[in-house]
Write a protein that binds this ligand. Structure first.
Ligand code: NI
Length: 247
């Protein structure tokens, strides 16, 4: 079993400076096999899931799912939260956010990028999806269960922009039925690709712009994300986020 990792100052400094960091290998082979089994069962059973939890981020809700995702997979597979991987990620999140583990909220997110999938996950900041009325610091720990290369759709980040504002976003294809958001305000030339082996991981701040390319390989790219956030504080004078349908 892999030891619980306590992130060193170097990784914390990189995260603070850049808004993201890679992490040493988090998941060993036997745990990886277990996670893949849970993951594959979830996607096989997705039709029985609450439609609010299962959706296609880039489609308009009609036709075949192009980029299937399951929000809160732990609702259907509670063993995910009992796992060593979860404990490890929560400990890392606590250290990176400076928030005690007991005060962290979390949810999981499973994103399956099918083989030969031709569309990218466009540039966005996760915070763009959130209400501007509340501020909470948070991060995502992104663990691919298959190798994530530039060819198979690894993440790309723009360093430093997590210290700036939430950028203007819009719905993908300018279509409000598409739940996925994107921003046109990021210069891709400033981005850093972050290829990972299966079981390695990266961590990024809620405000770090990120992107994942198309999957040009003949294998699916399974990614399991754990999102952790600290306590929410009310924002006195919230900035408008007109792309959001609520608030
Ligand atoms: Ni994201």
């Amino acid at each position: 079993m892999t030891q619980i990792l306590s992130p060193g100052e170097e990784l914390l400094d990189a995260f603070r400076a850049n808004g993201f960091s890679t992490l040493p290998k988090l998941v060993d082979e036997s745990e990886l096999e277990w996670l893949r089994g849970v993951y594959d069962r979830l996607f096989e059973n997705y039709l029985s899931a609450d439609p609010g939890d299962y959706y296609d981020i880039s489609g308009d809700g009609t036709g075949v799912a192009q980029l299937p995702q399951i929000i809160r997979p732990e609702k259907y597979a509670p063993e995910l939260v009992e796992s060593a991987h979860f404990a490890r990620c929560r400990s890392i999140a606590s250290a990176f956010l400076g928030v005690p583990e007991s005060e962290l909220d979390f949810y999981g997110h499973a994103i399956l990028k099918p083989a030969e999938y031709g569309a990218p996950t466009p540039w966005h900041q996760d915070e763009a999806y959130m209400s501007p009325h509340w501020h909470r610091r948070g991060l995502s720990i992104w663990t691919p269960l298959d190798g994530a290369s530039v060819e198979s759709g690894c993440l790309h980040f723009v360093p430093g922009l997590h210290r700036g504002p939430v950028l203007p976003h819009r719905h993908i294809d300018h279509d409000d039925r598409v739940r996925g958001l994107m921003t046109d305000e990021v210069d891709p030339a400033a981005a850093v690709a972050c290829p990972l082996e299966a079981g390695e991981a990266s961590v990024h701040d809620f405000r770090t712009p990120h992107y994942a390319g198309p999957n040009h390989t003949s294998r699916a790219r399974r990614a399991y994300v754990l999102v952790f956030m600290g306590p929410a504080t009310a924002v006195e004078d919230p900035e408008p986020r007109p792309w959001r349908t609520q608030d």
